[in-house]
Design a binder for this molecule. Sequence first.
Ligand SMILES: [Zn+2]
Length: 137
Amino acid sequence: MPFPDVLDQVRHRMASIRKVDTKPELVVRRRAHALGFRFRLHRRDLPGTPDLVFPGRKKAIFVHGCFWHQHGCGRGQKLPSVRAEYWGPKLRRNVERDAAAEAALLLLGWQLLVVWECECQDSTGLSERLRRFLVNT
Ligand SMILES: [Zn+2]
């Protein structure tokens, strides 16, 4: 092989690019894990199937996409102009379902944190929020 080192470097770099997944939920998982917390994923027996669950602490985290869950940020408030009659009610139902799930979890004595997709870009801020939420009782 002519340039094995170069090929190796390229292969290595491509592999590391693939590994960095910026999907918001994975970002939050990585951060919580890096902080040393252990958690379960998608507990279907809990209202709303929270994305991360910390059973011992009775804390749960939802990671919400800004569009699907209608965040107050720019991305969340941008409604598609096509088929507005479809999207409007569908997104409203999502918001109603979120509110119902949150209320039900609170009634069961769980503490909640909602992390929005747009908040995952600030990894330092995100880590700090997660730490504060998970450490405080
Ligand atoms: Zn947002």
